[in-house]
Design a protein around this ligand. Structure first.
Ligand SMILES: NC(=O)C1=CN([C@@H]2O[C@H](COP(=O)(O)OP(=O)(O)OC[C@H]3O[C@@H](n4cnc5c(N)ncnc54)[C@H](OP(=O)(O)O)[C@@H]3O)[C@@H](O)[C@H]2O)C=CC1
Ligand SMILES: N[C@@H](CC(=O)OP(=O)(O)O)C(=O)O
Length: 340
């Protein structure tokens, strides 16, 4: 016996990846429904070798469905996630709406799968921000060995993090650069993204940081350990898919770079590619379509007593969103619902 699963936002980048990953991992499904807005009613999406027609989220009845994987952004989630939860269909939500709610577990299965049991307070589980998800997969095994005090992270985030409109804007603007009669001014982003980088993701906070940066701080604390201090600078770069991060970690105890490399090689969800030669590291274009969080450039930071630097790359639509959501669904099934 399998599950009755709903994918909400099935026409979007994350929703389509959820369908791919549910199929790839042979998630035990008895029945699947795919939902989007009314304007997409009847739009066809692929699920393995099947083609499914999208239904209207607004009129869908969640009664009798086991779990709903949401990827529609906070505004629509606010309206429809409570309806799903109230109907007994457990919500696994990709938006930031519930992440900081103490009654909603925020889960990266390689790090805190046990938190799944907290789902029942609201029938909702939150999926973290894409930049946080890949970073904590790398931090957790190192924290277990040498206790992390402080993390300094700079991100290089692809345009797919900003949805379909982000991808279209990079594509159209890149072409328009070579055709001055076809000007494509910024719409989704605040400045030109083609051949440029923009140190601004999500809204500005009062202290001058952005909400994306704040999310990395708050979510790392909730998922890994409240004692870890994080300071982040989040930057949008002209890459279609794949987020990269330069991470500096200060530990309480000394951790040798070779031991750090060995620990990461054994860590779940991590793939170490770290040769000190041309091309002996992973770039975002190489991680697309993969499940792993790739770690390269592991080296001692000799400017502090107990410091390590590393480079962390992952497919933001997969580990940063759809894969992590499916892993949560697998954990929920295995630990709680026990149908599959
Ligand atoms: N965990 C993470 O780090 C990440 C989370 N996300 C989350 O996932 C969400 C979706 O991202 P992404 O797939 O990239 O975005 P897209 O823009 O590619 O897709 C948005 C999806 O949401 C649907 N949608 C939007 N508004 C409504 C509505 N009112 N009612 C029904 N459906 C609606 C769209 O349907 P239609 O086609 O009909 O408009 C579409 O299916 C993001 O907003 C974010 O919250 C995204 C990336 C990473
Ligand atoms: N903000 C991320 C993607 C995203 O949707 O994040 P969140 O779910 O935290 O809003 C990016 O632009 O790369």
């Amino acid at each position: 016996m399998g599950y009755r699963v709903v994918v909400v936002g099935a026409t979007g980048n994350v929703g389509r990846e959820m369908l791919n990953i549910l199929d790839e991992r042979q998630f035990p499904i008895d029945e699947i429904a795919v939902l989007a807005s009314r304007r997409s009613l009847g739009t066809e999406v692929s699920f393995g070798d099947k083609t499914l027609k999208t239904q209207d989220l607004d009129t869908f009845d969640f009664t009798g469905w086991d779990m709903a994987l949401f990827a529609v952004g906070s505004d629509a989630t606010k309206v429809y996630a409570p309806k799903s939860a109230a109907a007994g269909c457990v919500v696994i939500d990709n938006s930031s709406l519930y992440r900081y709610d103490p009654d909603v577990p925020l889960i990266v299965p390689e790090v805190n799968a046990d938190a799944v049991h907290g789902y029942s307070k609201k029938n909702i589980i939150a999926n973290p921000n894409c930049s946080t998800a890949q970073m904590v997969v790398a931090l957790k095994p190192l924290h277990d060995r040498a206790k992390i005090k402080r993390v300094v992270v700079s991100t290089y985030q692809s345009v797919s993090g900003a949805g379909k409109e982000g991808i279209d804007e990079l594509w159209d603007q890149t072409k328009s650069i070579y055709n001055p009669t076809d000007d494509k001014p910024p719409k989704k982003f605040t400045k030109q993204i083609a051949f440029n980088v923009i140190p601004h993701i999500d809204v500005f906070m009062e202290d001058g940081s952005t909400k994306e940066e704040w999310k990395m701080v708050a979510e790392t604390k909730k998922i890994v350990d409240t004692s870890i201090k994080v300071t982040a600078t989040c930057v949008r770069v002209p890459v279609f898919v794949g987020h990269s991060e330069a991470i500096n970690i200060e530990f309480e105890d000394f951790l040798d770079e070779d031991e750090a490399r060995d620990i990461l090689r054994e860590a779940p969800g991590v793939m170490v590619i770290d040769k000190r030669e041309d091309g002996g590291y992973v770039s975002p274009a190489e991680c697309v379509g993969d499940y792993a969080t790739f770690i390269s450039r592991i080296r001692q930071d000799s400017t502090i007593d107990n410091g390590i630097n590393l480079w962390c790359v992952s497919d933001n639509l997969r580990k940063g969103a759809a894969l992590n959501a499916v892993q949560i669904a697998e954990t929920l099934g295995r630990e709680v619902l026990k149908k599959g």
